[in-house]
Write a protein that binds this ligand. Structure first.
Ligand SMILES: Cc1ncc(COP(=O)(O)O)c(C=O)c1O
Length: 357
């Protein structure tokens, strides 16, 4: 990682903090935000000096390009309170790199590391009291960038705004989830933007997701755009299946799946635990066969927000694959515990995944 400590930044602090000490771990992520946010504008072909300012509404033109043509991307990162009271961000460099993968595909300017990581570090230092200390809580970090030209017309914007906002997060998806395998609507197609964290990917998922929630499911497992057979990912999570002692997860070759930072971390931990990992196309038929043979042992989604979300059942067309009770699982809970131990600083950071603020 390059030196991010030399960042030129302007700080405009709130007069009075709105922080009140937390009374429980019941914090609704995404609803409440800390005192400050970081804002950095891209104008005249260059990133300007970033500003840390009081969190608040922004004024914008009704012709703002992002609202009409969707040049808008984001990231999701978390910071965790460590046993000694310090704060560690989990793998922010990976999110910075992924943000620039998204930026490139969406024809937006790449964000320098000093601004993304250096700016985030300063922001967290200023708002550090907001990082909760209850078990399984964290601070959710939302970097995002959108086009800001006030111009109606389909063209690459000349100006952009990059921001970081922070939201205290409680426990997430505590219960095992029931999943619907979607073989009608699709999330992403080869050549499209499935591998990016572009806002439009999420906009397109709302209607299908809403529809399955009305049927009583928690989330969708998307299938591929061509055959409607190969499983992709779940909501805002990558997906893993433990079949006959091996971990299977869809590969990233077709560019339709987000390269999750949690996915990458879990693959590393599985291999260290001598669990064979296969990254390859996985069809729903293969999973149904494995289930019928009693070989589909465990399944989970992985992502920054939920960490690991256990799957209780998968419904495909008329058949529901009901997995054993999570209390009987052996592999996923062990890997989740190892990942959480690293995040919360309970074990040595042998992978260099913790960025201490
Ligand atoms: C579509 C999608 N897939 C997977 C993930 C998981 O990625 P990560 O582990 O980096 O949070 C996310 C969340 O960021 C997502 O939005």
């Amino acid at each position: 990682m390059s030196d991010v400590s030399t960042l030129d930044i302007k700080v405009d602090r709130v007069e009075q903090s709105k922080f009140k000490p937390y009374e429980s771990d019941n914090l609704l992520m995404g609803k409440n935000f800390t005192d400050h946010m970081l804002v950095c504008d891209y104008t005249n072909g260059a990133w300007q000096t970033p500003v840390i300012m009081p969190y608040g509404n922004m004024e914008m033109s009704p012709a703002l390009a992002a609202l009409h043509y969707g040049q808008a991307i984001f990231e999701g990162v978390k910071a965790y309170r460590q046993p000694d009271g310090s704060v560690a961000i989990f793998r922010p460099e990976a999110n910075w790199k992924r943000m620039n993968v998204s930026a490139k595909r969406m024809d937006m300017p790449e964000i320098p590391e000093e601004i993304f990581i250096g700016g985030l570090q300063r922001l967290l230092q200023i708002d550090s009291q907001w990082i909760p200390g209850f078990p399984e809580t964290s601070l959710y970090i939302r970097p995002f960038m959108f086009s800001t030209d006030a111009f109606i017309g389909v063209k690459t914007s000349d100006t952009y705004r990059f921001c970081i906002i922070l939201s205290p997060a409680g426990r997430y998806y505590a219960k095992p989830v029931n999943i619907y395998v979607q073989d009608e609507f699709i999330r992403a197609a080869p050549g499209g933007i499935g591998f990016t964290k572009a806002a439009g990917n999420y906009g397109a998922s709302m209607y299908p997701t809403h529809s399955v929630k009305e049927k009583g499911f928690d989330q969708i497992l998307w299938t591929d755009a061509i055959h409607h057979k190969y499983v992709q990912e779940i909501g805002t999570m990558n997906v893993f299946f433990i079949v006959d002692g091996k971990a299977l997860t869809p590969d990233l070759e077709s560019g339709t799946i987000l390269a999750g930072v949690t996915r990458d971390s879990i693959i590393t931990l599985l291999k260290e635990n001598n669990i064979p990992v296969e990254e390859r196309p996985i069809s729903i038929d293969e999973l149904v066969s494995a289930y019928r043979e009693g070989k589909l042992q465990e399944a989970f989604g992985s992502g920054t927000a939920a960490s690991m979300s256990y799957i209780q059942s998968l419904t495909y067309q008329d058949e529901t694959l009901q997995l054993k009770d999570v209390s009987e699982w052996t592999i996923s809970p062990k890997i989740k515990a190892q990942l959480d131990d690293i995040r919360y600083g309970r074990v040595a950071d042998t992978h260099n995944w913790r960025f201490i603020v």
